[in-house]
Design a protein around this ligand. Structure first.
Ligand code: HDE
Length: 756
């Protein structure tokens, strides 16, 4: 037999202390001389499936489960088997005519294994392909009970949820921190069926009518000839579209603001975008807009950080979400609604509620909290859960209805349609992650990937053969009954209402609501993106759009592009700012923020030990950065190094603390230069990589502290000790206190030129 195999068996025997597995020995290869094959680990029963991972119970037309024990269908048992459940003795060698002979076509295991592999990939989503998901629970406060009869919004109801966050434009393997809108899609498995809130982190959309969706997406996606650029809007076709369709101005402005580069999924707001209609128990209706408010506050990256992260750690957001949940720092959002009277004109304070390019400022209609979302469990299989989850804005429950927003109407068609291709047939609701937790008793049958075994003979109604079942429900037995809204008598037209023609007053409100630093970032973003366009005409048209929002914005971007700033072609809208739109000027909890503690073997190890504990006690995450890996100090108090100077980069820390003298890394540049035969450069003390760490953190407005001589490292990096957000003290713990306070404002905003 194969010597490698024999060696592996020996190791396994030594590990297990016996050559055989349970049941008196695992069958080895046939033949008298073949030894029993030991498993590298002892076979054990599979872990029980999580409730929402077990296969769907099949349901008969009379609502009786047909008893298919779906746990049998997932991985179970101790032995490797074929897809048909036949135990296998070898999965590493094709069946051959002799060890050096040709492979035999009769090898079913080979064909089955390769064939399945060949079909492992399914089409990625046409938009929102890159995503990350998590399970959680939604607890309702009951505060919406007077406007909706939805059972999951009654007082103190807990509903399991699955949330998927995503970018819009990039492919499934694209980077996380690109400038883009983020999807924020929530599946509520309510007792009355699934409710999907398929929202975004930006409350408005590029277009007002779904018929333009293929156009805006074609424009945003990579150019069709070379398929570049990936996952970004900084290219001609995007800017061509959004400057020719000025209804896109508001959404584009949000994308160019800090909202386009969130710090984390955990620090994003979410919005239902469209206006929905809630229905109460008496049939009364109220128009609503949905909001998710993150408990950790709304925070963003700065553009240079986002770009660095895309190289350093393209999975930054995905990792952040999974790590936080694994560490028990469960992200939370408060669910809220803005409510508006359901008047025939469906406007509020002059704002057309059917136009998805509009927001209603929170100052005019406060967001009323109605429940709390907590994400507390990572998926155990990305494909089964995050990839196969299928959202649909038409998955509604009694008490929540739609409005005539023409963008929403198109979405109600699109999502079901796209799942049929993406999930290969109409039975995707039977995939475990999509399975409602309420009983299902529909009359659909057959189709690709049907896994239910339906009983009965009469999937139609009324019938006299299956006892008349299933029965239809009424208002008092929980039926979904569309709100009987009057449709005005009208003539068929391909037209939008006149109110949809105001494309600049809402963007102007957003711009006026921004702080100076946020405005500076917006000007920087437009200047970057437009400078990436090749067509001069597109840049000029973009400047014209900006002139219609605000002269300061237009002049700033024009200066960045080296072009003259045009005059507005419409009167500037007279609007009040909405302070709630700004991310600056508030303080937030610091839970889960990451503090880099930069030190070295000669650093202030006692101080590091104490400060590390205080960071943990404060609900934040300490990461020790030292010249080389391993531990610092000796004995039980030794400190584990989590990042070396080679692996640490400023972008993964929210604040930095230099404790003592950091020291020079083992593979610092000098050694490399010497090896390469170059004259050895004089090694700077401290290590130049510490200098880079500090200067980037400084430039990105992060709080920086120094304890017990750490000041020298700051000075070497050119950071003035009296600069805003720089703190120094002898005791590391005293420094931390001030750093934590600074972190409450997320960044040291005074460091940005606009605030200087
Ligand atoms: Fe989507 N959108 N969308 N969208 N959308 C999809 O459905 C579509 C829009 C949003 O994590 C697709 O299952 C049309 C607005 C999210 O799985 C597709 C229009 C908002 C996700 C589709 C819109 C969204 C999608 C692609 C214009 C915010 C990811 C794959 C009328 C309110 C869901 C899929 C997930 C995904 C169509 C506009 C949010 C093609 C036609 C507005 C979060 O069906």
């Amino acid at each position: 037999t194969n010597p490698l195999k024999r060696a592996a068996d020996k190791v396994a025997d030594a590990l297990h202390g016996e050559p055989a597995g349970p049941e008196g020995g695992i069958p080895g290869k046939p033949g008298p001389e073949s030894p029993p094959v030991a498993e590298p680990t002892r076979p054990h029963e599979p872990y029980p499936p999580k409730p929402d991972q077990s296969g769907p119970d099949t349901v008969s037309p009379t609502g009786q489960p047909t008893g298919a024990d779906q746990a049998r269908m997932a991985q179970s048992g101790s032995y490797l088997t074929s897809a048909q459940g036949t135990r296998l003795y070898d999965t590493d060698h094709s069946l051959k005519a002799g060890p050096r002979g040709p492979v035999l076509l009769q090898d079913h295991h080979l064909r089955e294994k390769i064939t399945h592999f060949d079909h492992e990939r399914i089409p990625e989503r046409v938009v929102h392909a890159r995503g990350a998901g998590a399970h959680g629970v939604f607890r309702s406060y009951g505060t919406a009970a007077d406007v909706t009869k939805a059972a999951f919004l009654a007082e103190d109801v807990e509903t399991p949820v699955f949330v998927r966050f995503s970018t819009v434009l990039g492919s499934r393997g694209s980077a996380d921190t690109v400038r883009d809108t983020r999807g924020f899609a929530t599946k509520f498995y309510t007792s009355e069926g699934v409710f999907d809130l398929v929202g975004n982190n930006i409350p408005v959309f590029f277009i007002q009518d779904a018929i333009k969706f293929p156009d805006v997406i074609h424009a945003g996606k990579p150019h069709p000839d070379r398929e570049i650029p990936q996952a970004q809007s900084a290219h001609d076709t995007f800017w061509d579209f959004v400057t020719l369709h000025t209804e896109a101005t508001h959404h584009t402005l949000w994308n160019m603001s800090d909202r386009g580069i969130p710090r984390s999924f955990r620090t994003m707001e979410g919005f239902g975008v469209h206006t929905f209609r809630m229905v109460d128990a008496a049939g009364g209706t109220t128009l609503v807009k949905f909001h998710w408010k993150p408990k950790l506050g709304v925070h963003s990256l700065v553009w240079e950080e986002a770009q660095l992260i895309n190289g350093m750690d393209p999975d930054f957001h995905r990792r952040d979400l999974a790590d936080a949940i694994e560490a028990g720092a469960y992200p939370e959002w408060e669910f809220g609604i803005q409510t508006f009277p359901d008047t025939p004109d469906q406007t509020f304070e002059g704002i057309d509620l059917l136009d998805p390019t509009n927001i209603v400022p929170e100052e005019l209609a406060p967001v009323q909290p109605i429940g709390l979302l907590t994400l507390d469990r990572n998926p155990s299989n990305f494909f089964a859960e995050t990839e196969q989850v299928a959202f649909h804005p038409g998955h509604l429950v009694p008490g929540i209805d739609i409005t005539d927003d023409p963008l929403l109407a198109g979405r109600l068609f699109s999502y079901l349609d796209t799942q049929i291709t993406r999930l290969a047939g109409p039975n995707f609701a039977q995939i475990p992650i999509n399975r409602p937790h309420a009983p299902v008793n529909d009359m659909t049958r057959d189709g690709f990937h049907q896994t239910a075994v339906h009983r009965g003979v009469a999937p139609y109604r009324p019938n006299s053969l299956d006892g008349g079942c299933p029965f239809t429900a009424g208002a008092d037995t929980g039926a979904y009954i569309e709100a009987p809204v009057r449709v005005p008598e009208a003539t068929k037209v391909r037209e939008a209402p006149e109110t949809f023609e105001d494309h600049f007053s809402q963007p102007r409100r957003f711009w006026l609501s921004m702080s100076p630093v946020e405005r500076e970032h917006i000007i920087g973003a437009y200047s970057f993106e437009l400078a990436k366009c090749y067509e001069q005409a597109i840049r000029e048209r973009a400047l014209q759009v900006l002139a219609n929002i605000d002269p300061e914005l237009c002049a700033g971007v024009a200066a960045g592009l080296g072009l003259p700033a045009p005059e507005p072609t419409v009167p500037l809208a007279d609007v009040e700012p909405s302070p709630a739109l700004s991310q600056v000027g508030r303080t937030w909890p610091t839970d889960g923020r990451i503090i880099g503690i930069v030190t070295g073997p000669d650093g202030d190890l006692d101080g590091v030990r104490a400060v590390r504990q205080e960071v943990l006690d404060g609900g934040m995450v300490p990461l020790i950065v030292a010249p080389a890996g391993g531990t610092l100090g000796a004995g039980p108090d030794a400190l584990t190094v989590q990042r070396t100077y080679a692996t640490a980069r400023s972008v993964e820390f929210d604040a930095l603390l230099v404790a003592g003298t950091p020291g020079v890394g083992a593979d610092a540049y000098g050694a490399r230069d010497a090896k390469a035969g170059h004259p050895t450069i004089q090694q700077a003390t401290p290590d130049p990589r510490v200098g880079l760490l500090l200067s980037e953190a400084y430039r990105h407005g992060k709080a920086i502290g120094a304890a017990k001589g750490g000041e020298a490292a700051l000075e070497a990096a050119g950071i003035p000790l009296d600069a805003p957000g720089v703190v120094a003290a002898d005791a590391a713990t005293a420094v931390l206190q001030q750093l934590a306070q600074l972190l409450g404002s997320h960044r040291v905003w005074e460091r940005f030129p606009a605030a200087a």
